[in-house]
Design a protein around this ligand. Structure first.
Ligand code: K1U
Ligand code: ZN
Length: 169
């Protein structure tokens, strides 16, 4: 396993839709292992391949919950979203220091392949549903603040630029 660098806001790969995985092979499994290691080192609960600079449709989630084992999803597809929606705070490892309240469907059904290439179907709610939707957005080149109003979004981007400037001093 290896730690990979996390791409930050401004990197093109974060705005590029990831490519479908044709075969779940050892290269994909190494990517998944590295993503778990990178996510845990950064103290995140999820990570998508574009965040480590790889434009492919793979995500990992670990809520650190005994009842919910870590998940690796290849080519995930949200096949059902609840009409009920919930608002909750989100952060992003690619935009550190910036959080926003985002409204999303409260529960989703997701179909994907696991790390052996076997099909799997997940019914997710609460934080798992939110995290999977946040990560699937990454696979489509969408960032969490694209889902807030334009005014709020501009404010968050300004805050990010200010934080970056201060960090560079
Ligand atoms: O994809 C990422 O950037 C990881 C991100 C996932 C995520 C967090 C919160 C809601 C949805 C998706 C993070 O892990 S940010 C850091 C974090 O651990 C966290 C932040 C806010 C609430 C819960 C956890
Ligand atoms: Zn993110």
């Amino acid at each position: 396993m290896a730690l990979r660098g996390i791409e930050l806001l401004g990197s093109d790969v974060l705005r590029t839709p990831g490519e479908e995985i044709v075969q779940v092979d050892d290269e994909v499994r190494t990517l998944i292992d590295d993503m778990f290691e990178t996510m845990r080192a950064a103290e995140g609960i999820g990570l998508a391949a574009p965040q480590v600079g790889v434009s492919r449709r793979v995500l990992v989630v670990d809520l650190h919950d005994e009842e919910m084992p870590p998940l690796a999803l290849v080519n995930p597809r949200v096949v059902r979203s609840s009409r009920e929606r919930e608002r909750a705070e989100e952060g992003c490892l690619s935009v550190p220091g910036v959080v926003a309240v985002v409204e999303r469907p409260s529960s989703v059904t997701v179909e994907a392949l696991d790390s052996d290439g076997a099909p799997l179907r997940i019914e997710a709610d609460d934080l798992l549903a939110r995290c999977i939707q946040h990560e699937v957005d990454h696979l489509d080149g969408i960032l969490f603040f694209d889902r807030v109003g334009a005014l709020k979004r501009d404010m968050l981007v300004r805050k990010w630029r200010k934080l970056q400037k201060a960090a560079a001093k």
